[in-house]
Design a protein. Structure first.
Length: 645
């Protein structure tokens, strides 16, 4: 018996790119707030010593709302699909970002942040989507680093956007409005949020047109947005090819087709109308219970991830406040200073400078995420990397407050930035590692949406508690002259986070054999011959009607038909799903240059909308060994769809 080898597993790059574009506006909207949040709070008649408390509360109320609604969003995505849930969250966040920019009171700021948290359920849903696309452990370090990479890229533009566009008139807190105030005089922080809303609109449009549904039980449903995206792509491609052909000489060999169409066959150019076959029994499965999701390893991973999110979110909220806080005279003559522990100064930087430092912070994170993390994870393993990060981050938090003692401003900023990059390095390693371990601790893909919803909910509690605790401790600490208090609080939390890491064991994941994976990119596979799906012999498929010149009919290709077709002379297009199974392979706008497709099969089939048949598959020469393997979106490359979208 000859051994067969599965094709090399590849990332579904196209869908990851679409998902990244859809997600891109979220980190920009989130991180653009950091540079101007202290100024914004202070402009609402808040005392400088109280800014940290209210800024921490604004961050905490957001995370608390996120924690409360993360599990409902995860379960909704399990029921209605990943794509609708992602688009709903993006739409809500876009609207609330605009409202946030027009906030004119402290109560409005807190309320808008709370409602924003309700629509921030995309973290767990997108993580689940990536896990469904890429279940194989050897590809997970790179796949799970894509969304953090998107966050880091957004972290480059977000602070720059916030620092450069916020308060363009440079109005100071307490300044009276001019006699004829403009929009930017009344709402100095609306401009970065309007730009972020435009990016949200781009992401939502891209998601509607090009994002595939990854939930197995929803893949067979008609997606009108996806159909429209196919048509736009096909039209754009045809216009490009027509323009390219017109610019070639008349006798140029590139004008000749390499393969002539057979007179007996017709192909509709793409399988954009193909309906994906899904198992109706799977759609009736009840949603997983909470007890199914919480295994001992899952609980350990949840504790680790929650504490990791707690001190990381607290750091990101605290560092701009620390940098904005006024400098202090550290001379021995100052009675408020008693070195080495009692001092309460900051960096005294404005929002533009803070935005610049955060931009560099994001650039470094992007480089680390894309070029350093994947090879390190492959070399040393995600468990070992997570343990190193857990031990190293408390040291960083311990050292940060002492940068305020450096007298030279440039040296002070350089040292602070070096510690930021160091912390960013460990965070960039820790979050994907924790996500991979949490994903692989799940017993099946069916519970992954709920498990990630629980993870986002628990981490949301941590994200709410972290900024609230450190903000309150910062306010209390500077009143008593101890700016080290919030940083050493973070140090203690990060030590607690490092403890459960040493009991975590990496799970097996969901890679399995390729035969167990269901093709989720059937709609994208009609244009190129090298990305055909192979279906098991004697498999059963649901036949859908074909439209040909406005007439509905059902075309059935049995094994005998295919064998007869194989014996016919002539060279035609390579076999696609449209020739081996019934589908809406013929466009509703047929090309006038093509003849109608001959309808094989039975006249009885035209009297019914659907019919179940057993069929074989025609296999290209040299591909016989792969005939019993299902193709899969969960680990394959772009395939034929790569050039289409």
């Amino acid at each position: 018996m000859a051994l067969t080898h599965a094709p090399p597993r590849k990332l579904p790059v196209q869908q990851l790119v679409v998902l990244s574009i859809a997600r891109f506006a979220e980190p920009i909207a989130m991180t653009s707030v950091f540079p101007y949040l202290p100024e914004m709070i202070e402009s609402l008649d808040v005392a400088p010593d109280e800014v940290a408390k209210w800024a921490g509360l604004a961050a905490s109320i957001f995370s608390l709302s996120q924690a409360i609604f993360a599990v409902p969003w995860g379960r909704a995505s399990d029921k209605y699909g990943r794509k609708p849930a992602i688009l709903a969250c993006l739409t809500g966040t876009m609207i609330l970002s605009i409202i946030w920019g027009f906030s004119s009171s402290l109560a409005m700021v807190i309320t808008v942040r709370a409602v924003q948290g309700i629509f921030s359920g995309n973290v767990g849903i997108i993580r689940t989507t990536v896990a469904e696309m890429v279940p194989w452990k050897e590809l997970q370090p790179r796949a799970f680093s894509v969304m953090p990479l998107v966050w880091n890229v957004g972290s480059i533009f977000g602070p720059t956007l916030g620092g450069a566009l916020a308060n363009p008139k440079r109005r100071q807190p307490g300044d009276p409005l001019p006699e004829d105030p403009s929009l930017l005089d009344r709402y100095p922080y609306c401009l970065p949020n309007l730009v972020a809303a435009a990016l949200f609109l781009l992401g939502i449009t891209t998601g509607i047109l090009f994002l595939n549904e990854s939930l197995e039980t929803k893949r067979g449903q008609t997606d009108y947005g996806r159909r429209l995206g196919h048509r736009l792509s096909r039209t754009t491609r045809r216009l490009y090819l027509r323009f390219k052909t017109l610019n070639l000489p008349f006798d140029d060999p590139e004008r000749e087709r390499l393969l002539k169409p057979s007179e007996h066959q017709h192909y509709g150019g793409s399988d954009e109308e193909t309906t994906i076959v899904s198992d109706p029994k799977k759609a009736k499965e009840p949603p997983p219970s909470i007890s199914e999701c919480l295994t001992p390893q899952s609980i350990l991973n949840l504790v680790c991830y929650t504490l990791l999110a707690t001190h990381n979110m607290a750091f990101d909220g605290l560092i701009p406040i620390f940098m904005h806080y006024p400098r202090q005279n550290h001379s021995p003559s100052n009675p408020a200073v008693d070195l080495p522990l009692k001092f309460s100064g900051g960096f005294g930087l404005d929002s533009a400078r803070i935005g610049f430092l955060f931009t560099l912070y994001g650039v470094s994170g992007m480089i680390i995420q894309f070029f350093i993390f994947p090879p390190m994870a492959r070399e040393y393993g995600v468990v070992r990397l997570l343990r190193v990060c857990g031990v190293a981050m408390p040291i960083v938090y311990f050292l940060v407050p002492f940068t305020a003692l450096i007298e030279d401003k440039t040296t002070q900023q350089v040292c602070g930035f070096v510690l930021m990059i160091t912390k960013g390095l460990f965070s960039t390693f820790a979050f994907p590692c924790s996500t991979i371990l949490l994903t692989n601790s799940a017993s099946s893909l069916r519970i992954l949406g709920t498990l990630n919803g629980i993870a986002v909910s628990f981490s949301g509690i941590g994200r709410a508690a972290g900024p609230a605790i450190t903000g309150a401790v910062f306010t209390l600490g500077v009143e008593r002259g101890y700016v080290i208090a919030p940083w050493w609080t973070l140090c203690a939390i990060s030590i607690l986070a490092a403890i459960p890491v040493f009991w975590i064991v990496e799970g097996e994941g969901f890679g399995g054999d390729a035969e167990e994976i269901i093709d989720s990119e059937t709609e994208d596979e009609g244009d190129d011959a090298d990305d055909e799906s192979s279906i098991a012999d004697q498999s059963v498929a649901t036949v859908t009607p074909i439209r040909a010149n406005g007439i509905r009919a059902t075309s059935l290709s049995t094994g005998a038909d295919l064998e007869n077709n194989a014996a016919e002379p002539g060279y035609g297009f390579p076999l696609t799903r449209s020739t081996t199974m019934s589908s809406e392979a013929i466009s509703e706008e047929p090309d006038e240059e093509r003849s109608p497709a001959p309808q094989h099969g039975s006249r009885r089939g035209s009297r019914r909308e659907s019919r179940r048949v057993s069929r074989r598959i025609s296999i290209p020469i040299g591909m016989r060994g792969m005939s019993r393997r299902y193709s899969s979106n969960l680990g394959q490359s772009l395939g034929s769809a790569g050039g289409n979208q």
